[in-house]
Structure formats: structure tokens, C-alpha cells
Design a protein around this ligand. Structure first.
Ligand SMILES: *[C@@H]1O[C@H](CO)[C@@H](O)[C@H](O)[C@H]1NC(C)=O
Ligand SMILES: *[C@@H]1O[C@H](CO)[C@@H](O)[C@H](O)[C@H]1NC(C)=O
Ligand SMILES: *[C@@H]1O[C@H](CO)[C@@H](O)[C@H](O)[C@H]1NC(C)=O
Ligand SMILES: *[C@@H]1O[C@H](CO)[C@@H](O)[C@H](O)[C@H]1NC(C)=O
Ligand SMILES: *[C@@H]1O[C@H](CO)[C@@H](O)[C@H](O)[C@H]1NC(C)=O
Length: 647
């Protein structure tokens, strides 16, 4: 009782399908009115633009005080004179029990997501017979009973993900003959509940990922169950093997996800009945031995397994990811037809070369990163890859970059090449950009050549005859960037020079004068944050933007170390503070020495002067005493003496 009195439901009716701001409408037009739904429930109403749906979003501000919310049957659905379909969400209300909903034939969607529902009253939806979509995602259900679906035979979508369901009875879903999508992700299932799924003859989409399923068996003798199933997700389970009895004959599977299991054995003919399968994901298993690929396969995700040899793919194959396996060779060109292949990823294998004889006419992404390729393969050319757009060569033991043949790409990745020290003249001269069909003028390419710890020099002619749209040479060991490397005004998508120990002398002044303004103008100022000098000592750690907009060419000053030490060091990094403190200390020390010197000079001058005065005074006293004696002896003599001496 107490709980009920403090309980308030607020129904917000949102319109959707319009691009306008809902809140603005609410406030500006004041179109909403509060509707009293019951003693404890109120609701506000706005109908949507196309007037086909009412969307109710139920909120409860005091959900932590709710103990028993079984009284959903006491609410009244809002007045709905135009007969709009109703969609109601009871999200995050703290509901632990589900009550029976009051009659309404227009309710089409109900969501009880993010509650703690464990139990429900009998036949909770028997009075909302036209329900199509129902979700209990993120609740505490441990079991369900057939009466949960009483009278809602038209249900098409059921979401029971993130509950604690571990098993089903064969009759649990017996009403759901029209169900198309079932989500059972993140429950405690140990096997595919085949008996329970049997009534779902219309099921197309089944998600069983993140359960503990160890035994995969989808075949039954009696009926053609799951005959319509098109998409099956079994990611993250405990499946060990796939046998030729796993899949029913003549099945409709188009997408099958078996990634993140512990599959070691796939029987040779296991997928033979999967004649419609287009996408197969077996990533992150422990598959070593080859099996026959489904005949209509287009997408094969086989990464992170233990394949030593290439499987044979059907001719329609478009996408192959065999990265991080144990391959040492390339595919058998006689056995495979790769005319349709668009993406090939064989990175992370023990492959040493790329010697092919047949071209791959439709390939647009080639990833051969982290292999054992020690020089750019001769076959990297438009002759073999006429439609290549993206080439990944990262992490290979390449010492010398040189593209021997012309290759057109949009993006080239060559990061983390530990052995690369110098990029020689003409290294990239044969790499050209690939024009988009739309903008046929653009013929530059993007290069990422980052994280090569030994790379300390790029020769001025490295990009002779080609042009860049974007250049990332961050995190290398570069000290100097030749101005004539490329036409920098074309590199409008950004030049990333950060985390290199740049030698900030006159040779690099052009970076401040030309690249910095361009970087600001193209909204890439984020690429300047860690663009710092590594030397000379006096400017180590100083950011290059420090000199931006200076009237003089600051880096060309011979005495750059001392000249740049103006008052604005406080804005710079700690290293700069350190050097500035250091120099201030020197200054103070120097000043002290000078002042001491001056004082001692003044002192000695003073001393000398006072000594002189003393002597003069002593002489005068002597004379005085003398004259006193003389007076005593006789004035006249003295005067006479004086007079004579004066004359
Ligand atoms: C496969 O099923 C289709 C209908 O879905 C049917 O026409 C065909 O005969 C079946 N083939 C086999 C071999 O059962
Ligand atoms: C994968 O299979 C190999 C033998 O084929 C085995 O030695 C290894 O332990 C397996 N790894 C896992 C994670 O099961
Ligand atoms: C980076 O270059 C400096 C000389 O410029 C050299 O002393 C240092 O060893 C280089 N670092 C690496 C990782 O090669
Ligand atoms: C940079 O951003 C400003 C405003 O954010 C915009 O007006 C300008 O067109 C942008 N310039 C480029 C080259 O993207
Ligand atoms: C650099 O100078 C230009 C033009 O004088 C000015 O628009 C810009 O704000 C200045 N930038 C900085 C960071 O001082």
C-alpha cells in the first residue's frame, strides 16, 4: 500500500519520424496535456507526425521505493480516438513482477527492458492480442511458461537477452508460429533448445551468443524445423566441434557466426548442406585442419586460428580474413578463383613474399602487415591489383622502401617498421593516388609512416613525381624535414610530425612559416600539440607553435639557445620551465658577481680617497701645530715668513 501511494507513472508520448526537436515542440507549442491514467498513473500525449503510432515512454522517478508493481492492470491506456498503434516502453522502473496489462487491441510494441522482473501474473498479455514486438532484455527471468504468450500468436519479435534462462520446455513457445526474430543472448543455455524452437516455423533470426552452449546440433529427423532460419549467432560459446550432422539438409542459413568458441574440429563435409550460406565467421577458434567451404560463401572470417594451409574458397568469394594464422605460403592460384575477391587480409602470418601470377581484378583492400616480407613485393603493382585502394604493410621487417612498379592506392600504411632507418630518394615515386570516380582531379595518396623508432632520415627525393593528400610521420626518430620533399600545399588532409626529435635550426624555419599556418587553416591544429624540438639543447622540448607569428625568423638566429629566452616561458611545458629556471639562475648568479665587483671597486675608491683626505688633514694639523709654536716664538717672524713665501 505504502509503495503504491508514492508510485507515479508518467507517460510521455513522443512523436517520432520528424527531424524536429521534440522538446522544442513541447515547450513552445504547449501541445501536451496531462492524462490521468489511474489513481497512480498520469501520462502526457503528443501524437506523431504521420499519425500512425503513439509512442509511450514510461518513466518513474521513485523506482527505488517500489516494492510491488504488479498493478499494471490498474492503469488505463490513454485515449486514442484516432486508433493509432501503441508502442510503450517501461524501461528501468525497478519492476520485479509483471502485472497483467489492461485490454487494448492497438498495442503493438511492449518493452520492459532494464528491470528486475523474475515473475509475472498469469496470461499477462492476453488482452493485448495484436502485440508484435516484446522485449524483456536485461531482467532476471530464470524460466518462462507457455502462458506468457497466451493470445499473442502474432508476435514477430521476442527479446529475452540478458536474463538467467537455462532451459526451455518443448511447449514454452508453442504459440509463436509467426515469430521471426528471437534473441537469447547472454543467458545460461547449455544447448540449442531445439525442441522448444520447433514451433517457430517462421523463425529467421536467432541470437544464441554469450551462452554456455557446448553441443551444436541443429538437425532433427522428424520435421523441417528451423527451415527458414537465415541468421544464427553463436558467438562466445563453448562449442568444440562441427560435424556433418550439425546442420539440417537444405537449410536456409545465410549468416552463421561461430566466433570465440573453442572449435578444433570441423568435419570435411560439415557445411555441405549450407548451400545458402554467404557469411561464415569462425574467428578466434583453434581450427587447424581444412574443410570444404560452403559453396555460396562470400565472406569468410577465419582470423586468429591455427591454419597452416589455405582452404579452397568458392569462386564467388569476396572477403577473406585469414589474419593471425600459421600460413607460410600464398594460396594455390590454380585451385582458387579470386576474380570476385575485394578484401584480402593475411596479416600476422609467416608469409615471406607475394609472388602471384594472376591478377586480382576487384581487390581493393590488401593487408599483409606483420608478416615476414622484407622488401616491397614486385607484384605490388597496378598490373596485379588494378583496383587497389588500401594497402597495409605495417610491422614488416623492411629495411629499404622502394616500390619497384607503379601502384595506385588511396591509403598506404607502413607503421611500426622497426628496421627502417632511411627512406631513400624515389622510395615512393611509383606510388600514385587513386582518383575517386566523382572527383577525378585528385591524384594524391595518404601515407601513414609512423612508429618507426629507427627512422631518422627521409631523403628529399623520396616522393619525387608523386603527391600526398595526408602524411603521418609521427613517432619516428626524425630530426629534419626537407622542404622540397613534396608540394606541401597539396597535403591538405594534415601533416602529422608529432613525437619526433626535430632539430630546430634555420633549416626547419619553413615548417613554422608555411606548415603551421596551413595546419591551422585546414582545421588540423590538433596535430601541433606534440610537435616539439629535440635539439639544440637550449630549445629542447619547446613546441614549434612557440614561434608561430613571430615577425623575425626565430630559428635562424645563430644564438637560438639564449635569444629565445624571453618572458613567455611560463606558458610552455615542464622541460622548458626547467631550462628557463636554469637560465634565470645563471642570470641571477652573474648579476650577483657583477654587483659584488662594483661594490668592491666603489669601496676601494672610497678607501683610497679617504686615505688621501686623512693625509691632507694630517699635514694641515702638522702645519697648525707648527704655526702655534711659531706664534709662541714670535709673530712677526712668522708673518714675515709668510709674506715672503707669498711673494
Ligand atoms: C529444399 O527446399 C526447397 C524449398 O525450400 C525445395 O523446393 C527443395 O526441393 C528442397 N531440396 C531438397 C534437396 O530437399
Ligand atoms: C589449440 O590446439 C592445439 C593443438 O591442435 C593445442 O595444443 C592448443 O592447446 C589448443 N589451444 C587452445 C586454446 O585450445
Ligand atoms: C635516434 O637518433 C639518434 C641520433 O639522431 C640516435 O642516437 C638514436 O640511437 C636513434 N634512436 C633509435 C631508436 O634508433
Ligand atoms: C574549418 O572550420 C571552420 C569552422 O569550424 C570552417 O568554416 C572552415 O570551412 C573549415 N576549413 C576547412 C578547410 O575545413
Ligand atoms: C597569427 O596572425 C594572424 C594574422 O596576423 C592572426 O589572425 C592569428 O590569430 C595569429 N595567431 C596566433 C596564434 O597568434
Amino acid at each position: 500500500m505504502r509503495a503504491l501511494t508514492v508510485l507515479t507513472f508518467l507517460f510521455f508520448i513522443f512523436k517520432y519520424g520528424s527531424g524536429q526537436d521534440v522538446y522544442e515542440d513541447i515547450i513552445n507549442e504547449e501541445v501536451y496535456k496531462l492524462i490521468r491514467l489511474s489513481d497512480v498513473c498520469t501520462c502526457s500525449e503528443i501524437s506523431d507526425m504521420d499519425r500512425t503510432h503513439l509512442e509511450l515512454y514510461v518513466q518513474c522517478t521513485e523506482f527505488d521505493r517500489i516494492e510491488n508493481v504488479a498493478d499494471l492492470d490498474k492503469i488505463e491506456w490513454p485515449a486514442n480516438p484516432n486508433g493509432l498503434k501503441i508502442s510503450a516502453t517501461f524501461d528501468g522502473l525497478g519492476l520485479s513482477t509483471l502485472g497483467k496489462l489492461p485490454p487494448n487491441s492497438l498495442v503493438e510494441t511492449l518493452k520492459f527492458t532494464n528491470n528486475i522482473i523474475k515473475a509475472y501474473w498469469p496470461d499477462p498479455f492476453s488482452e493485448v492480442p495484436n502485440l508484435k514486438i516484446l522485449s524483456f532484455s536485461h531482467n532476471d527471468l530464470t524460466a518462462i511458461t507457455p502462458d506468457l504468450f497466451t493470445n499473442i500468436e502474432g508476435l514477430e519479435e521476442l527479446d529475452l537477452s540478458y536474463n538467467k534462462l537455462s532451459d526451455f520446455n518443448p511447449i514454452d513457445f508453442k504459440q509463436l508460429r509467426h515469430l521471426k526474430r528471437l534473441n537469447l543472448q547472454s543467458n545460461n543455455l547449455k544447448r540449442v533448445p531445439l525442441d522448444a524452437l520447433q514451433p517457430m516455423v517462421a523463425l529467421e533470426d536467432l541470437d544464441l551468443s554469450k551462452n554456455g552452449i557446448f553441443d551444436l546440433l541443429l538437425q532433427r529427423n522428424e520435421v523441417e524445423n528451423l527451415a527458414r532460419l537465415k541468421r544464427l549467432n553463436l558467438n562466445d560459446n563453448r562449442i568444440r566441434s562441427i560435424t556433418k550432422d550439425t546442420f539440417p539438409a537444405n537449410n536456409s542459413l545465410e549468416l552463421l557466426v561461430l566466433s570465440n568458441n573453442i572449435i578444433e574440429i570441423i568435419e570435411e563435409d560439415a557445411f555441405l548442406t549450407c548451400t545458402n550460406l554467404r557469411e561464415l565467421n569462425l574467428a578466434q577458434n583453434n581450427i587447424t585442419f581444412l574443410f570444404t567451404m560452403p559453396p555460396a560463401l562470400q565472406i569468410a572470417m577465419l582470423k586468429i586460428n591455427t591454419f597452416y594451409h589455405w582452404p579452397t574458397f568458392p569462386s564467388g568469394i569476396k572477403y577473406i580474413d585469414l589474419s593471425y594464422n600459421r600460413l607460410t605460403d600464398l594460396y594455390d592460384e590454380e585451385a582458387n578463383n579470386f576474380d570476385s575477391l575485394e578484401v584480402l587480409n593475411i596479416g600476422g602470418n609467416q608469409i615471406k613474399n607475394l609472388q602471384i601470377k594472376k591478377k586480382l581484378p576487384n581487390l581493393y583492400i590488401l593487408d599483409i602487415s606483420y608478416t615476414l616480407i622484407s622488401e616491397i613485393p614486385r607484384t605490388i603493382s597496378t598490373q596485379y591489383f588494378p583496383n587497389l585502394e588500401e594497402l597495409h604493410l605495417d610491422g614488416n621487417p623492411i629495411e629499404t622502401v622502394y616500390f619497384k612498379n607503379i601502384i595506385a592506392v588511396k591509403r598506404l600504411y607502413m607503421n611500426e617498421m622497426k628496421l627502417l632507418r632511411v627512406v631513400e630518394d624515389k622510395a615512393f615515386s611509383n606510388v600514385v593516388g587513386r582518383a575517386d570516380e566523382a572527383e577525378s582531379e585528385l591524384h594524391c595518396f595518404s601515407l601513414s609512416l609512423s612508429n618507426c623508432p629507427s627512422l631518422w632520415e627521409i631523403r628529399p627525393g623520396a616522393f619525387d613525381g608523386t603527391s600526398l593528400c595526408k602524411l603521418d610521420i609521427s613517432r619516428n626518430n626524425l630530426t629534419f624535414l626537407p622542404k622540397i620533399l613534396t608540394d606541401w600545399s597539396e597535403v591538405v588532409e594534415g601533416v602529422n610530425l608529432q613525437y619526433n626529435p626535430w632539430h630546430c635550426t634555420c633549416d626547419m624555419q619553413w615548417v613554422v612559416d608555411e606548415l603551421l599556418p596551413q595546419t591551422y587553416a585546414t582545421n588540423n591544429s590538433g596535430l601541433l600539440d606534440e610537435l616539439r624540438c629535440g635539439s639544440p639543447r637550449g630549445v629542447e622540448g619547446l613546441r614549434l607553435v612557440h614561434w608561430y607569428n613571430w615577425t623575425e625568423r626565430a630559428m635562424c638566429d645563430q644564438d637560438i639557445g639564449s635569444d629565445t629566452r624571453h618572458g613567455n616561458y611560463m606558458l610552455e611545458s615542464s622541460t622548458e620551465n626547467f631550462s628557463s629556471k636554469y637560465s634565470t639562475l645563471t642570470l641571477i648568479l652573474g648579476a650577483c658577481i657583477i654587483v659584488t665587483l662594483l661594490i668592491s671597486i666603489a669601496l676601494s675608491v672610497y678607501l683610497i680617497k679617504t686615505r688621501k683626505k686623512y693625509r691632507v688633514r694630517r699635514a694641515a694639523m702638522k702645519r697648525k701645530r707648527q704655526s702655534a709654536t711659531d706664534i709662541n716664538n714670535g709673530h712677526k717672524d712668522q708673518f714675515t715668513n709668510l709674506n715672503t713665501s707669498k711673494v
